[in-house]
Ligand binder design. Structure first.
Ligand SMILES: O=CC(=O)O
Length: 322
């Protein structure tokens, strides 16, 4: 007997998760990608009557959509670590279970963080542009960047990703690791990181790494005022959520050299237009939200989201309940 009706929102859901589901239910896959304009109307039109959703889209799961789904809906799993695209009070109000897919992406996101950090600090984008435009004019002061060795690295949000970043950067002879966040992390002592207030972190860090969830407290944490408190040699890396940074303020800070450079895996909105002012800046290195985009990580995320809904439909605890 089938455990229930499961809707997967996004046609690119990896086969590893689909296979697990198909052993137990007949999943319906919504044949959209989340960036297609038609995807939200399609979701609204198709969602009625399902017992479980795999919400593999960046569209916000609102009370309105939950109402369209109907009162039989028992469980939702994201295929993401972040849950800022889910209206959690509306989910809880209806007694719907929610799961997500953290931890398995920590290594992949930490790799991208280190890549962005080196690219921004060592001016990869400017260097490649000069090469491609035939402007390679080698000189001792040409294209000089910032050192990681001897630096202070400040990590905002010291969860799994933040800690994986620290473990990688230990090999670069960083002088000091500091972090800020809602609570003391027991792992910090062993990793050699000290918790400091956020204003101290922004003031003292050579590299500011944003690895925190998007909340009311972290929205526009990086803004015109906080950017002014940073070193003018500072490099800001955002692998968390675009809205943690006020992009207009970041643009001004980068143009006016209030800070040295930025490396962004996440921006607002996504996808970002190629005409956005940040895209043209030589000291802003942007990649299109590639953090967890490795074959193995995405397969694991799909498997976990499938297991989350299958377990919940059987009345068992999910692998990662929120
Ligand atoms: O951004 C990616 C995630 O939250 O998994």
């Amino acid at each position: 007997m089938s455990l229930g009706r499961v809707l997967i929102v996004n046609k690119s859901f990896p086969a590893a998760g689909l296979k697990l589901l198909k052993n137990n239910v007949e999943p319906v896959v919504l044949m959209n990608m989340d960036y297609e304009p038609q995807s939200l109307p399609d979701i609204k039109q198709s969602i009625k009557g399902f017992d479980a959703l795999i919400w593999n889209t960046k569209h916000k799961l609102t009370g309105e959509i939950l109402d369209l789904a109907g009162p039989q809906l028992k469980v939702v799993s994201t295929m993401s670590s972040g849950t800022d695209h889910i209206d959690i009070p509306e989910i809880k109000k209806r007694g719907i279970l929610l799961g997500n897919t953290p931890q398995v992406l920590d290594d992949a996101v930490a790799d991208i963080t280190v890549g962005l950090l080196i690219a921004a600090a060592r001016r990869f984008k400017e260097g490649v542009r000069e090469l491609e435009s035939g402007e390679w004019k080698y000189g001792v002061q040409w294209m000089v960047g910032q050192d990681i060795a001897g630096s202070t690295v400040g990590i905002v949000g010291f969860g799994g990703v933040g800690q994986a970043v620290l473990r990688r950067l230990r090999g670069f002879d960083v002088a000091k690791f500091i972090y800020s966040g809602r609570s003391d992390k027991p792992q910090a002592k062993g990793l050699g990181a000290e918790r400091v207030p956020i204003d101290q972190l922004l003031r003292e860090s050579d590299f500011v790494i944003l690895a925190c969830p998007l909340t009311q407290e972290t929205r526009h944490l990086i803004n015109a005022d906080t950017l002014k408190t940073m070193k003018n040699t500072a490099v800001v890396i955002n692998i968390a959520r675009g809205e943690i940074v006020d992009q207009d303020a970041l643009y001004t800070a980068l143009v006016e050299k209030q800070i040295f450079a930025a490396g962004l895996d996440v921006v607002t909105p996504e996808p970002l237009s190629k005409d956005h002012p940040l895209v043209s800046l030589p000291n802003c290195y942007i990649v299109p939200h590639l953090g967890s985009a490795t074959v193995d990580t995405r397969n694991k995320m799909a498997s976990i989201s499938a297991q989350n809904v299958l377990l919940a439909l059987q009345g068992k605890p999910m692998l990662f309940p929120c």
